[in-house]
Design a binder for this molecule. Sequence first.
Ligand code: IPM
Ligand code: MG
Length: 356
Amino acid sequence: MKIAVLAGDGIGPEIVAEATKVLVALDEHFELEPALVGGAAYEAHGHPLPDATLNLARAADAVLFGAVGDWKFDKLERALRPEQAILGLRKNLGLFANFRPAICYEQLTHASSLKPELVAGLDILIVRELTGDIYFGQPRGRRAAPDGPFAGQPEAFDTMRYSRPEIERIAHVAFQAARKRSRKLTSVDKANVLETFQFWKDVVTEVHAQYPDVELEHMYVDNAAMQLVRAPKKFDVVVTGNMFGDILSDEASMLTGSIGMLPSASLNERGFGLYEPSHGSAPDIAGKGIANPLATILSAAMMLRYSLGKAEQADRIDAAVQRVLARGLRTADIWSEGTSRVGTVQMGDAVVAELR
Ligand code: IPM
Ligand code: MG
């Protein structure tokens, strides 16, 4: 099985190296093929998502992705910025269904910024639509001189848009996920203000007719943001659009102690997937050897489970991560009094040692 390994920018190469080590330790003889993506690809080839990288991803059985982005590219025209690489991969590969689980490991209850009793045992799943919404809606731009400097422009605009099939397919994915869990789904919208999200709410309600065994609740996004920090355990599966999902998944991640712990899977209709940590490239700590590789290692576990049919190996990785945490090893982002602080490589080594 061939895995495209796209490490990207910032801490990307460091965390992906640790996840790769873990995959190699499984002894499954995966073919791991690296390629440049994001700012790194722009610097080498003049484009954040070169054809060779996209073709490698297309030909692979799954994609392991690090992170893209660096402030030094902020001045580039939008089409050449590192973020376009991940957006282009999602769009070109049809990865419309983004799973972002937020699980609070028992050992990390105290690393959360919320009171331990609010987050202990937390296990929620955010299902984010990933290829529509204001991220991809047309038209978009700035009036006057679309490619000119920002200063002096009279206005800028993006278009929020969802089609019926786009909402239907993500709703089906979310209802099916809810069926495998506690049969409770919260659909997050802004139907009180936005046409796009009144439509979203109506279509999700229609799809619900096919899942009478799942309880459906609708919630406005502002209220959802508030409820997530007030009583996060009230949620089980949450489904929402691309923009709200981006924001709520970052919020949910902090409930678990650190965004450095959150894996994600982005799947297309055939179950092909790209796996990446939910966090970004963190250029501020890049190269310091202190980034938490666990989100990427757990993303590799999701890859084994969802795309490669190796659920047992995925379980082994999950268990190894738990044992490492139980031993008290912590990267800086999840460190607390009485635990041992380790760097990126030591954390990866510890997971490999537990696997063996
Ligand atoms: C994420 C990131 C991306 C997004 C960026 C890097 C384009 O924030 O995966 O959540 O906004 O989707
Ligand atoms: Mg985000």
